[in-house]
Design a protein around this ligand. Structure first.
Ligand code: KET
Length: 454
């Protein structure tokens, strides 16, 4: 929870408001180092010839997630293992391009009628329609009533950011509640957009499960109208999701207090292997007729990481409101990046619009989800067979791409130094980066780290 202290930024330009919001969020947190590099001011104008006008710039820290890959790439060890970033690897440890994606790309390349003109500001129309259908369901009343506006954005992150910028400009309440813990980029995405970031209790380290009581209490005492960030499924980093009954209770509480849901859907299909099942949380909120925002990413479920394909949908009360909201989203997007890239969205639209290709995708997606589940079992078994102290059943209970191991930052540092295993310092491991061959190495490392501390 954050205190109400005032920030050092006293003027009111939009840039200052953003810095101020970010300052309030970072204050007292370990990310304060990041702030240093923003707040440092030049001590004097560079007068000497050759001195850089950027001499005052302080080196910023590496990103807590993407920086793990930077460190991994520098390691020369043949046994090194990257379990940091959430990126799917095959049993051979290689990145995977889905067959259905290769097929779609081939079709696009062979189609000589295709040109490279700019897309509209809101992106590819087909892609937007199909993305809304994918997350809300083909029979969604909100879609049928034309009260959803969808804009193509730069993957999940860009969709969150565009949504945040829109809310900062056009929504009356500027406080957003994010789960504790959450994806490390959330506070920065929302803070830099000018929103004030607070957290709600989510994970209970004692049970390694949901702190449902804490969640209800914190959302129950949030100011009416506040924005609430919800992970649609496969919560990152904990792998802990509310049950359908708990979702229903969250919905009732949020609607009774007019809290605005902002769903982050980065793992649709990865939690259960089923696209519809993983969209249930969003659908129960949309089916009650209320409003919400949804950021979708195709990075993981279609393996389109570097293509940066995603969508922001805003579900409104009426078609008229949705039309006006879209007109304002265009004004947010145009000065940011003008319009989104064509290739990735064309791949997605090609697959979503063809029944056979869609079917092929669901099979490949299920195979990825199943391989991750198999890795959970193998790691759990490997720790049991080593007699590693502690209860490791959370490895098989948690869902999605990650296991939140409960290992502390010292144990993680030990595993990196002695075993060349790379992961985020909060003890999260990407199960998608693991293979049958590398499970024993990871289990040895965890075993040694735990025994060492005992
Ligand atoms: N939301 C969540 C919850 C999330 O885990 C990620 C990515 C994103 C959004 C953004 O994904 P995009 O590539 O912009 O579509 N998470 C992984 C990668 C990263 O940190 O960028 C990760 O946690 O490893």
């Amino acid at each position: 929870m954050h205190s109400g202290k005032t920030s050092p930024f006293s003027s009111f330009s939009p840039a200052d408001r953003r810095l101020s919001a970010l300052y309030r969020h970072l204050e007292g947190s370990s990310s304060i180092a990041a702030m240093d590099s923003i707040a440092a001011a030049p001590t004097s104008a560079s007068s000497a010839a050759g001195a850089s006008v950027f001499d005052h710039v302080v080196r910023g820290p590496e990103d807590p997630i993407l920086g793990v890959t930077v460190a991994y790439n520098k390691d020369q060890s043949p046994v090194k293992l990257n379990l940091g970033v959430g990126a799917y690897r095959t049993e051979e440890g290689k990145p995977l391009v889905l067959n259905v994606v290769r097929r779609a790309e081939q079709m696009l390349v062979n189609d000589n009628s295709r040109v490279k003109e700019y897309l509209p500001i809101v992106g590819l129309a087909d892609f937007n329609k199909l993305s809304a259908k994918l997350i809300l369901g083909a029979d969604s009343p909100a879609i049928q009533e034309n009260r959803v506006t969808t804009v193509q954005c730069l993957s999940g992150t860009g969709s969150l950011r565009v949504g945040a910028e829109f809310l900062a400009r056009h929504y009356h309440e500027h406080t957003i509640y994010i789960p504790q813990p959450t994806w490390g980029n959330h506070p920065k995405v929302f803070g830099f957009a000018g929103l004030s970031v607070k957290s709600y209790r989510y994970y209970d380290p004692a049970t390694r499960g949901l702190d449902f009581q804490g969640l209800l209490e914190d959302l129950g005492s949030a100011p009416s109208g506040a924005i609430v960030l919800l992970h649609a499924c496969a919560h990152n980093p904990t792998g802990v999701d509310p049950t359908p009954q708990q979702w229903e209770q969250i919905r009732q509480l949020m609607r009774s207090k007019a809290l605005l849901p902002f769903f982050d859907s980065a793992y649709q299909g990865f939690a259960s292997g089923n696209l519809d099942a993983d969209a249930q949380s969003v659908r129960i909120f949309v089916n009650d007729g209320g409003e919400c925002l949804v950021a979708q990413s195709y990075a993981k479920n279609l393996g389109l990481y570097g293509e940066r394909v995603g969508a922001l949908s805003i579900v409104c009360r009426t078609a008229d409101v949705a039309g006006r909201v879209e007109s304002q989203l265009k004004l947010v997007i145009r000065p940011m990046y003008s319009n989104p890239p064509l290739h990735g969205a064309s791949i997605v639209a090609t697959i979503l619009k063809d029944r056979n290709m869609f079917q092929e995708w669901t099979i490949e997606l299920k195979a990825m989800a199943d391989r991750i589940i198999t890795m959970r079992q193998k790691l759990f078994d490997a720790l049991c067979s080593r007699g590693t102290p502690g209860d490791w059943s959370h490895i098989i209970k948690q869902i999605g791409m990650f296991t939140f191991t409960g290992l502390n930052s010292e144990q993680v540092a030990f595993m990196t130094k002695e075993y060349h295993i790379y992961m985020t310092s909060d003890g999260r491991i990407s199960m998608a980066g693991l293979s049958s061959k590398t499970v024993p190495h990871l289990a040895d490392a965890i075993h040694a780290a735990v025994k060492r501390a005992a």
